[in-house]
Design a protein around this ligand. Structure first.
Ligand SMILES: Cc1cc2nc3c(=O)[nH]c(=O)nc-3n(C[C@H](O)[C@H](O)[C@H](O)COP(=O)(O)OP(=O)(O)OC[C@H]3O[C@@H](n4cnc5c(N)ncnc54)[C@H](O)[C@@H]3O)c2cc1C
Length: 428
């Protein structure tokens, strides 16, 4: 990437998150047991969990912790994945493996809120549940099926008919909704920076402005180079998700990066704020062109959706999202919109994340399909478990699972079938 590409866009989160800890660039030759490439939730969580186990860890981030999707997202801490638990269990082989995968898919929020509490991370975290809402009978049917599927796995999710959904959300746009009590929402950049502080306090070394330029096998170990320094390590964890470049041959082709954009309003006047998401629920809808939204502590309304296909995410104004906000909540018609920004979500064709070992001593975790606040945090802990000899919740596959016809994905996005499948990153 060019230097300009490592510049953070102005966003609500950049304006409101507490400043991050000092993470000086790597300028020396070092050794470590583990090097982590990428300082988003995956890398930071892995660094924290490894450091807590007394491992020597160095994290190398091209810009600063939280620079990628982790510092730009909608802040929704969502349990579960796009595939329902039954489909998840089946995809992971049924039996004990399937049950572990389902528990993992639903358990991310517990880990996030536990870390926030344990490390005293100030990030506007609230846990009123996660809402999905449907405008059509087919969407409502899908939600009902999801409730039934979770019930078979011992989890109760509320199903709300139209009247109750309207009361909960403050909009009459939906005919049904679900509320999953495990979910919540937060300021994601504040959370990322809090994880960085916690990892540093636990003994990890964190370097910003340290893009890894090369990973090379030297005997039994790996040599990891940046422009200013290098580290010799036994293990390398690659945690670059939608910001994966050509660093490790073929890794970029294992996910499809898709832009998602968000608009944030000025703080809503009190009389408006009372009627818009009064319980501070975060929501995503089941429409084909999916929108997700929430409000922050100061009463700003945030809404996100699909970004531009052929240009960088920050170049695509979120006007469709803003328009949708007013359609859902007409009382927002006169609101001012103060911030717009975007980032890359990493999709996989089957909607499941990837935990892969491309070479002995190297593990990559990515492909969260727009649900990485909880999932990437949980995957970071799995990476730490993999290195401390514990069984991981998901199997680590050897080699790389490339997306077929990866080069054509942007063209494919314009085709109807792929468009329907890939353009609603947070949808169901
Ligand atoms: C606009 C938007 C809205 C979203 N909304 C939600 C939401 O509400 N809820 C939810 O659960 N998920 C959401 N997501 C998805 C979620 O943000 C991601 O899944 C999650 O942050 C991924 O974390 P990560 O650590 O794997 O990757 P990232 O946070 O993207 O971090 C990867 C890091 O790798 C670094 N990097 C890349 N190459 C190198 C290199 N060569 N050397 C060193 N560092 C490198 C990058 O600078 C980057 O900081 C959203 C994403 C976007 C873009």
């Amino acid at each position: 990437m060019s230097d300009a590409a490592w510049t953070r866009p102005p966003s609500l989160w950049a304006a409101t998150a507490p400043v991050g800890p000092d993470c000086p660039p790597l300028v020396t030759a070092e050794t470590a047991e583990v090097v982590i490439v990428g300082g988003g939730f995956t890398g930071l969580s892995a660094a924290l969990h490894l450091a807590e186990e007394g491992r020597s860890v160095r994290l190398l981030e091209a810009a600063e912790p939280g620079f990628g999707a982790s510092g730009r997202n909608g802040g929704q801490v969502n349990p579960g994945w796009k595939p329902d638990p039954d489909a998840t269990a089946k995809a992971f082989g049924g039996g004990a493996g399937g049950r572990r995968a389902v528990a993992f898919s639903g358990g991310g929020p517990d880990l996030v809120f536990d870390l926030i509490e344990r490390h005293g991370i100030a990030c506007e975290a609230v846990r009123p549940g996660y809402v999905q809402a449907a405008k059509t009978p087919s969407g409502a049917k899908l939600l009902r099926r999801r409730v039934e599927s979770w019930a078979r796995h011992g989890v109760t999710i509320d199903y709300l008919e139209q009247g109750d959904a309207s009361e909960l959300l403050g909009t009459d746009a939906y005919i049904a909704a679900t509320r999953d009590p495990r979910g919540g929402n937060l300021n994601p950049l504040a959370y990322a920076r809090g994880l960085a502080r916690a990892a540093l306090a636990a003994g990890a070394a964190l370097h910003g402005e340290s893009a890894v330029t090369r990973i090379e096998r030297i005997g039994e170990d790996w040599r990891i180079d940046t422009a200013g320094g290098s580290v010799m390590a036994q293990h390398v964890l690659i945690c670059t998700n939608g910001y994966t470049d050509t660093l490790w041959p073929g890794l970029r082709e294992t996910v499809v990066p898709i832009a998602s954009v968000i608009a944030a309003s000025e703080p809503m006047p009190e009389h408006v704020a009372q009627s818009v998401l009064p319980g501070r629920h975060a929501l995503s809808d089941t429409s084909r062109e999916m929108f997700y939204y929430k409000r922050d502590e100061a009463g700003r309304f945030l809404i996100g959706g699909r970004g531009p296909i052929f240009s960088p995410p920050d170049s695509g104004p979120a006007h469709r999202a803003r328009k949708m906000a007013v359609r859902l909540f007409p009382q927002l018609a006169r609101i001012g919109w103060h911030y717009e920004w975007g980032g890359y979500v990493a999709l996989t064709p089957d909607w499941f994340p990837r935990l892969m070992r491309p070479a002995e001593g190297v593990i990559a975790a990515l492909g969260y399909n727009g649900r990485g606040v909880a999932m990437a945090t949980a995957m970071g802990r799995e990476l730490a478990r993999a290195l401390t000899g514990e069984e991981t919740a998901l199997p680590i596959t050897d080699g790389l699972r490339r997306v077929p016809l990866h080069r054509l994905y942007k063209v494919g996005l314009l085709g109807n079938k792929v468009k329907a499948k890939l353009l609603d990153p947070l949808g169901i």
